[in-house]
Every structure is written in structure tokens, then in C-alpha cells.
Design a protein around this ligand. Structure first.
Ligand SMILES: C[S@@+](CC[C@H](N)C(=O)[O-])C[C@H]1O[C@@H](n2cnc3c(N)ncnc32)[C@H](O)[C@@H]1O
Length: 525
């Protein structure tokens, strides 16, 4: 199938690339590349490659830790391992920005334009559950997929927000050690992956995107701590959205500088000359005397061209902020708890199934009975955790509750009061009148050994497909692994269902019957 490329785009690429443009246009009609990234929060690339040896033809992507190419006719997103969050399907070039951000455990990290969360899950894996990950997207609808991807990946230390960067900047001023701005863009690098990108190109005009990127980048820079690192990326070729953006920011912020990206794997240098051309075309002389010098510095940024790498088109720039006397600030605040509702959650955009459960309860009129339990939802969680889990009392962070829902928020987060909060932390579950209902995100964030009662399934058996479809199962006690040291019989019947050793959800097992606890939005459809 031939992809119809917009004429104005082809003309511009011819002007910029000259003879090389033919190679680009040919590549645009060639098959695209497929990639998945193994989730280091759950397994190692080596372990997964071994587990999946029979399933996929995995070949390492040279620039991404745990990144693999797979073949076009393979369908990893249909496999039970996908449902257990063992990997994320991610376009190979899109793995580059997350690698270049150089995230280390314990840091404060922001993914500012995060939905649907491909790069967020990559950054989360690099944090190894330590530190703070704030993921944000201003499109409310898109934060649903973002939240779910974060939760499926088993991320315990993330906060999901739905805000404009300008609203975040005063709350998180100078706060983050690492910031990723994977900006909304005109998408020229994705034309062969996503046909709609080519047909919508006019709509996402370069000029409109450039204006948006300018304000997003300014706000992002205001949140970067001294000594911190900011990665800017797009999946487009237009210089106005790439080198010109970086040059404008550098001219405005002398405390920022470019960290040159080593050119390997076919990556090419950024094009300062194109930034100057774009400026000249837009209005002639530099308003800011710093601008031409800043443009020259963009030679240290990188372009990934589809005719030179095994991936789609991307642009990446790495910026560092000059360190002050104290340099990078890493925060390791002690865990604490609070029973008071966090004002942050008042503004929460609760997921649909939770809102539905709240409404159903108030219709049933069990608010009164529930009120008694809700007097201390955190105590209710703690009772559950003692009975059903191992070591939960040592998890770092701050327990917070709202309307009976309990969350674990990473330590050291400023008040989120007034912000649109999708998740104020790891969602643990809901305290009801008689018991605590553990959540699906809790199951996904556990390791098998965290649970006192586990039910074991294998990816290739029929029972697994039936569990993922939400059906009731009949399985003998030989499938259970129970910890007899603690908890009463009741807690032991609440089982963590694991597929090939990796949590997939909850269930209630009684005398050979497993009542399926897989949340509705998490089933195999
Ligand atoms: C290129 S996509 C991000 C892809 C994502 N980083 C990933 O790897 O899955 C750009 C995102 O920016 C979001 N966006 C657009 N304008 C924004 C703004 N002003 N503030 C924050 N996010 C914005 C869009 O909704 C979109 O989800």
C-alpha cells in the first residue's frame, strides 16, 4: 500500500535534504519496524528473552535497554504476558529519549506530555520503584490509557496528573532531577506507522505545534532542578519544532546548555543551518542576539531518520541545567502516614469503575454502614495488608485516603491541592463496611512473593485465557501456594493470581472454585 504524503511536506523535505530526500521518501513506503520493551520492574531482558524464546523472534534494539524488535506477523499484545505487564509495545526510535534521560533510582522525574505512557513506563523501570515519577497529560481522555499503562506495568511510585504545564510550574518549581518533554508535534516521522498522521498533517500544522512547544518547554524548564537534565523529543522533521525550539530556549535560559548526544546506530546530528533557515523564513533577523549562537549548539542534538535507522523518525535534544553549589538534590524522606483526606484527591478524576462503585453504594444506601468502616480506611488497609501480604508495612511512602479509597504516595511530593489529579499515588484498594477490597493496580504492583496466598497459572493453558476473560474457574488446591505463618483462613482465600509467576489480578478461592476478581476494564476482550 502506498502512503500518500502531503505535497507541501515533500517539497520542504526536498529543499532540506536535497538528493538524500529520495532515500527518505523510499523509506516512507517501506515496511515499518516493530518493537517491545521488557519491563525491568517485573523481569530482566535476559529472563524474558528466555521465557519468550518460543514465542517471538526477538532481536535487541541497540539503543534501548531491554528493547527488542519483533516480526510484523507476531502479535505480542495478545499474549497473557502482555496482560501481566512483562513488556510494553513501543516503536523502536521512541525508546531513545527515555534512554537519554539517564534516570537513576531515587530521582524525581517528570514526564510532562506522557499519554499513553510508553516513555513513562520506561522511566518508571529505570527508577526501580525508588523516587518520584510524575506523569502528566493535558488531554483528559488520554490520561485513561496513561493511568492503565502505568498500573499494568506495576509502577508503585507514580502520580498521574491531567494538567497544563503552566499549572504545574509553580507547584514543582526547581523540583525535578529529570524531565522528559515528548512534545505534541506534527508527526512527520510517523507517517508510515500511522496513516492518519499523514492525512492529519495539515491540521497539526507546524506553526501551531511550534507555538505550543515553545510554552510547554518554558514551563518545563521552570521545573528543572539545578544540575538536572531535560530531554526534548518529537517525532517530526520540521526544524521549527526541533532545533529552533531548542535554540529559542537556550537563548532565553543561559543556565541551560546542550549535552551532545553521541552519534551511533545511524543517528545523525541536529541541523543548526535549518534552524537559521527557519528563523529567516519566519521573519528575518534575530530579535535576540543570543539566538544564532544557540542555533549553532543544536549540532549536539540528534535526528533519527527512517532511512538510516531501523525505526521511525525522531528528534532528540538533551539539556542540562547548571548545578548550583549543592548540585543535584536527591530526596529520601522517611515514610509517613496521614488519616486526613488529602486535598489533592478532592480534585481527583476518579476512574470510571471507582466512580460507579461509589454511586452504587450511595444508591444502596449503605453509606451509614460504610461510614463506620471508613472511619479509618487506612487501618482497614493495614489489617488487610497484615493478613494477605508480606512486608507491606515497610513500603516507602505516605498512605492517604479519600472516600474510602486508599493510596500510597511517594515521599517528598508537594501538595497537589487545586491540581487535576488522576492518581495521587499507587491505588491500593477500597475500604468497605466489612472488608478491604484490594485493587487491580495493587495486584499488578506486587511480586508473587509479596502475597501470602497465590494461585498459579501458566500462560499456555486454557484456564489462563478463561481467567483473563473474567470467567469463574474450578482448580484444585495443588494450584495454591499458601503461607501458613500468618493471616486467618479468610485472608488466605483472597488469592493473587499469577501467570508464569507474574501477578495478573485477584480471585477468591473456596473449595476448588476461583471467583474471578479481575477488574472489568482489565479483561481480555
Ligand atoms: C507525542 S505524544 C506523547 C507520547 C508519550 N510520551 C508516549 O511515549 O507514550 C504528545 C502528548 O502531549 C499531549 N499534550 C498536548 N498538549 C499538551 C500540553 N499543553 N501539556 C501537556 N501535554 C500535552 C498530548 O495529549 C499527547 O498525549
Amino acid at each position: 500500500m502506498t502512503i500518500r504524503l502531503p505535497e507541501a511536506y515533500v517539497d520542504r523535505m526536498r529543499r532540506l535534504l536535497g538528493q538524500e530526500c529520495d532515500a527518505l521518501l523510499d523509506a516512507m513506503q517501506a515496511p515499518r519496524w516493530y518493537g517491545l520493551r521488557v519491563n525491568a520492574l517485573k523481569t530482566t531482558p535476559e529472563q524474558y528473552a528466555e521465557l519468550a524464546r518460543e514465542e517471538w523472534s526477538l532481536e535487541p534494539i541497540p539503543w534501548a535497554e531491554g528493547g527488542y524488535y519483533y516480526a510484523a506477523d507476531e502479535r505480542p499484545a495478545k499474549h497473557p504476558h502482555y496482560y501481566t505487564g512483562l513488556f510494553y509495545i513501543q516503536e523502536p526510535s521512541a525508546m531513545a529519549p527515555g534512554e537519554l534521560l539517564d534516570v537513576e533510582p531515587g530521582q524525581r522525574v517528570l514526564d510532562l506530555c506522557a499519554a499513553p505512557g510508553g516513555k513513562s513506563t520506561q522511566l518508571a523501570a529505570k527508577l526501580r520503584g525508588e523516587g518520584v515519577l510524575v506523569v502528566n497529560d493535558n488531554a483528559r481522555e488520554r490520561t485513561k490509557a496513561l493511568r492503565k499503562n502505568i498500573e499494568r506495568a506495576g509502577v508503585r511510585n507514580a502520580i498521574v496528573l491531567n494538567e497544563e504545564p503552566a499549572a504545574l510550574a509553580p507547584v514543582f518549581a526547581d523540583y525535578f532531577d529529570r524531565i522528559l518533554v515528548d512534545a505534541p508535534c506534527s508527526g512527520e516521522g510517523m507517517f508510515r506507522k500511522d496513516e492518519a498522521a499523514a492525512s492529519q498533517w495539515e491540521k497539526h500544522s507546524v506553526i501551531r505545534c511550534a507555538g505550543l512547544q515553545r510554552t510547554i518547554l518554558r514551563d518545563a524548564a521552570a521545573m528543572l532542578a539545578p544540575g538536572g537534565r531535560l530531554v526534548y523529543s518529537t517525532c517530526t522533521f520540521a526544524p521549527e519544532e526541533n532545533e529552533a525550539q531548542i535554540a529559542a530556549l537556550l537563548a532565553e535560559r543561559p543556565d541551560l546548555s546542550i549535552l551532545p548526544i553521541p552519534l551511533a546506530h545511524g543517528w545523525r546530528a541536529g541541523r543548526p543551518d535549518w534552524a537559521s533557515m527557519a528563523r529567516a523564513a519566519a521573519g528575518g533577523e534575530a530579535v535576540d542576539a543570543e539566538l544564532p549562537r544557540a542555533e549553532q549548539a543544536t549540532a549536539g542534538t540528534a535526528r533519527l531518520w527512517p532511512h538510516r535507522v531501523r525505526g521511525e523518525g525522531h528528534y532528540v535534544a538533551v539539556l542540562v541545567r547548571a548545578a548550583d553549589a549543592s548540585g543535584l538534590t536527591l530526596h529520601t524522606e522517611p515514610s509517613s502516614r496521614t488519616d486526613a483526606p488529602d486535598p489533592a484527591i478532592r480534585a481527583a478524576v476518579a476512574p470510571r469503575e471507582e466512580r460507579r462503585a461509589d454511586r452504587a453504594r450511595s444508591r444502596r444506601g449503605d453509606g451509614k454502614a460504610r461510614g463506620a468502616a471508613e472511619a479509618d480506611p487506612i487501618a482497614s488497609w493495614q489489617t488487610f495488608a497484615r493478613q494477605a501480604l508480606r512486608g507491606a508495612e515497610h513500603w516507602p511512602g505516605r498512605l492517604i485516603s479519600q472516600h474510602g479509597h486508599v493510596y500510597l504516595q511517594p515521599a517528598g511530593v508537594p501538595s497537589l491541592d487545586g491540581l487535576r489529579v488522576v492518581r495521587p499515588g499507587w491505588y491500593l484498594g477500597e475500604a468497605g463496611a466489612r472488608r478491604f477490597d484490594p485493587s487491580q493496580p495493587l495486584a499488578m504492583g506486587l511480586r508473587r512473593e509479596d502475597a501470602r496466598a497465590v494461585l498459579k497459572l501458566q500462560a499456555d493453558e486454557e484456564a489462563t485465557a478463561r481467567y483473563l476473560r473474567g470467567e469463574t474457574l474450578w482448580l484444585g488446591p495443588e494450584r495454591l501456594a499458601l503461607d501458613r505463618d500468618g493471616g486467618d483462613g479468610r485472608a488466605q482465600r483472597q488469592v493473587l493470581v499469577c501467570i508464569d509467576g507474574f501477578p495478573a489480578g485477584w480471585g477468591k478461592w473456596t473449595d476448588g472454585m476461583l471467583k474471578n476478581g479481575l477488574a472489568s476494564g482489565w479483561r481480555w476482550s
